[in-house]
Design a protein around this ligand. Structure first.
Ligand code: HEM
Length: 344
């Protein structure tokens, strides 16, 4: 056999394959067959959480540079890595089916041996939520959130919460979108008005598209899209929202396709995590009914609260209320169309 890297050394399989220590095999306990599956599922989830955090971290690094050059691989890299995250999330949702081959009675064979351990103590999961931008004030069960962690783990979460999260980096990226500030794209229009002429036109078309029951949407539009201030509870500023809406509306132009893909993949991440939360919650209901969790929460009720509240990119989803039909879109100047198209 040739010298060089050896499969099991490289993968450190001695560590990984030696890391399944069943509580039910400890002295005085009765062996519970399904505990092996339970451990391996959790370990594999944690490995995938690690990979997701790695991808998200690398994307945050790209965005934190303070500028993304359109004419460089940056935005492609960001999209590509986040799409990988979405693919992983789909697989993590599917994997719940494997755990569901364990029946409630099988779980009862070892469940009490696990107290007070719980997936609730997964610090990688909490780190991921914080990196993406789930704010403390938006958390369900705040009093409980890090109370079950060892002090050193709680500290790690607090450190991550000090880092500028992905959603803020995205907000800054959107705010940097140059087209509205550049007079060359709006020749013949008065851009010194409080509301940019493009958005004045857009507002009028949007107003015309609303049914009687939707008239209040215009006030929401004015506040979320046209106002000059960002409320503290918002993740996106009106300026960033205008950029995002513009990208969504004119996404058929080549220059906006990657930015649109970026916004879309963020929504897919939210959807992937929510789907996981839903599947996990249903599985929990099926396996422990209305019993409290081993981590001491109300169990299914806690998970249902987290499912309802823990969306991170929902402000992007909300922008779809302000879309208008493609054939009614304000026509862009030739200069701007040139910039957004090929060969400018
Ligand atoms: C028999 C299988 C499982 C049951 C009965 C179960 C039960 C629960 C319950 C009741 C909670 C709420 C906290 C508590 O009181 O413990 C919880 C939270 C959690 N579990 Fe599971 N779980 C199971 C499998 C898994 C698996 C395979 C993972 C993958 C890592 C996982 C990850 C989590 C996470 C991340 C949380 C926190 C969710 C949040 O805060 O929104 N669980 N689980």
């Amino acid at each position: 056999m040739k010298d060089g890297v050896y499969y099991s050394d490289y993968l450190q399989l001695d560590k990984i394959l030696g890391a399944q220590q069943l509580e039910s095999d400890k002295e005085g306990n009765a062996h519970a067959h399904d505990e092996m599956l339970f451990i391996i599922i959790h370990q594999s989830y944690e490995l995938w959480f690690k990979q997701i955090i790695y991808e998200v971290g690398s994307v945050m690094e790209v965005l934190a540079k303070g500028q993304i050059i359109d004419n460089s691989p940056d935005l492609y890299t960001v999209n590509h890595r986040l799409k990988r995250v979405v693919t992983i999330l789909h697989m993590l949702v599917d994997k719940i089916t494997i755990l569901e081959t364990m029946t409630p009675l099988d779980f009862l064979d070892f469940r009490n041996m696990l107290r007070p351990a719980s997936g609730f103590q997964s610090i990688q999961f909490k780190m991921l939520e914080a990196y993406l931008g789930l704010k403390m004030e938006n958390r369900h069960g705040q009093e409980y959130y890090i109370s079950q962690l060892r002090p050193e783990d709680a500290q790690k979460i607090r450190e991550v919460e000090k880092v500028k999260p992905l959603i803020e980096l995205v907000n800054e990226w959107l705010e940097r979108m140059p087209f509205f500030d550049d007079k060359q794209y709006w020749q013949g229009e008065d851009t010194n008005t409080e509301i940019h002429p493009f958005w004045q036109k857009y507002r009028a078309i949007y107003e015309g598209s609303l049914t009687d029951g939707e008239k209040n949407n215009l006030n929401v539009f004015d506040s979320l899209i046209l106002s000059s201030e960002k409320k503290p509870e918002w993740s996106l500023s009106p300026k960033a929202r205008r950029a995002a809406l513009f990208i969504m509306l004119y996404r058929d132009y080549p220059l906006l396709q990657l930015p649109f893909g970026f916004i879309n993949v963020l929504l897919e991440i939210d959807e992937g995590i929510s789907t996981w939360r839903y599947r996990h919650m249903s599985m929990v209901h099926r396996i422990i009914g209305m019993r409290t969790g081993t981590g001491g929460s109300t169990g299914k009720d806690y998970l249902s609260g987290a499912l309802a509240k823990h969306h991170i990119f929902s402000e992007f989803a909300a922008l779809t209320s302000f879309l208008i039909e493609r054939n009614k879109l304000p026509k862009l100047s030739e200069e701007l169309r040139g910039k957004l198209g090929y060969g400018s």
